[in-house]
Design a protein around this ligand. Structure first.
Ligand code: NAD
Length: 367
């Protein structure tokens, strides 16, 4: 049998614990298994609010150091996202080092499930890049600490409708803050990426008579969405320079950067993609200086983790959607804090998450 908590060279241990202390991670666990080829890291960032929940990413990282960097960054992000969404769960994430197209199979996933199980529920896994609902079914064969299962296994299924609804709520709060009206009717919205979340978002926007423009790198996606909703397609290269009121990134991260900021004419950025700011501190301030209202991505795209949360406590899509509706109020609160303290919106959101965690940590200490 393979090793869990692989012993490390003393020098490496020191370097890793140093890195863990940067953002105060609680636990980082490594696993390798020769028989299945599994190489995996689970990072638990913070369990003040509850067990750490976050997806597993399978990616062909260039090095183990890169995989560690990613899992530390992503797990911390989950702590903030869940805290801000008002959920009673902490932040964690797992990575499997390898190519999901060629190295993923049932045995590897079931072995990974055993790895998750060794943490006794302190970490609950779910889908992320390179993983599917089918993969969660295999993991479930080895552990109960997995969500993102299909409805026939009492799971929440595809979280995208809930994610899209949360983004839509965030967008309405943003326009209300700017114009005094929460109506999106007549507003020009560019949705970049019409995959799972993007398409559901387009449906909400069209229903409200927004003027929607879509871009995608796949012609079949563009054709399907244009046909279904009667929206206009634009070239993927013209996304940033296209005249618009709202830019909604629903494809990739890091699309708000020096290059795109010089082209964007919108007054609001609000979309589902994770890590939209190429550099949080630089571009978070740059958007503010440019007079653009940036809806922090992890605040408005929390629908996915909300869906997972309801799967843990007993799934109901109605309940998950109701909770996602609260993103409207959370967005309003972040905008008020940002304006009153004259700080970028991402920072206001970070502070709100930290304040909630600190307050609950205080209760935990006392009782
Ligand atoms: P998806 O893969 O279903 O859709 C992404 C779409 O973007 C695809 O159609 C793809 O062709 C398109 N795309 C890729 N590169 C592009 C480019 N350069 N220009 C235009 N289009 C491009 O993914 P999804 O589940 O819809 O998620 C979208 C984003 O939201 C991702 O960044 C994801 O991490 C994030 N997110 C998703 C959820 C969820 O519930 N699915 C939750 C939180 C965050």
């Amino acid at each position: 049998m393979s090793t869990v908590n692989t012993p490390m060279q003393p020098a490496m241990t020191e370097a890793i614990t140093d890195r863990m202390s940067t953002f105060d991670h609680e636990q980082v666990v490594f696993c390798q298994d020769k028989a299945t080829g599994l190489k995996s890291i689970i990072a638990i960032h913070d369990t003040t609010l509850g067990p750490a929940v976050g997806g597993t990413r399978m990616w062909a990282y260039a090095s183990e150091a890169d995989a560690l960097t990613d899992v530390l960054r992503l797990s911390r992000g989950m702590t903030y996202k869940s805290a801000l969404a008002g959920l009673n769960i902490g932040g964690g994430k797992a990575v499997i080092i390898g190519d999901a197209r060629t190295q993923k199979n049932e045995a590897l996933l079931r072995r990974f499930g055993k790895f998750v199980d060794t943490l006794g529920g302190q970490y609950i896994t779910a889908e992320d890049v390179g993983m599917s609902t089918q993969d969660m079914e295999y993991i479930k064969m080895s552990t109960d600490h997995v969500v993102g299962l299909p409805p026939y296994m009492d799971g929440g299924g595809d979280p995208s409708p809930v994610t899209a609804y949360g983004v839509y709520m965030g967008m309405k709060a943003a326009i209300k803050h700017q114009t005094g009206s929460e109506s999106l009717a007549g507003k020009k919205v560019v949705v970049q990426g019409v995959g799972h979340v993007g398409e559901y978002l387009v449906a909400h926007l069209v229903k409200e008579n927004a003027e929607v423009f879509i871009a995608d790198i796949y012609e079949d996606r563009i054709k399907a969405v244009v046909k279904e909703y009667g929206v206009k397609a634009i070239d993927a290269k013209e996304v940033y320079s296209h005249p618009m009121d709202i830019y909604s990134p629903c494809a990739l991260g890091a699309t708000v950067n020096d290059d795109t900021l010089s082209q964007l004419t919108c007054s609001i950025i609000c979309g589902a993609a994770n890590n939209q700011l190429a550099n949080e501190s630089i571009h978070g301030k740059a958007v503010m200086d440019k007079g653009i209202l940036y809806a922090p991505d992890y605040l408005v795209n929390a629908g996915g983790i909300i869906n997972c949360y309801w799967e843990i406590i007993g799934y109901s899509q109605e309940a998950a959607l109701s909770q996602a509706e609260k993103i409207y109020t959370t967005m309003q609160n972040a905008l008020v804090k940002s304006a009153s303290e004259k700080i970028p919106t991402y920072l206001a959101a970070n502070l709100m998450a930290e304040e909630r965690i600190a307050a609950i940590a205080n209760i935990n200490k006392k009782f």
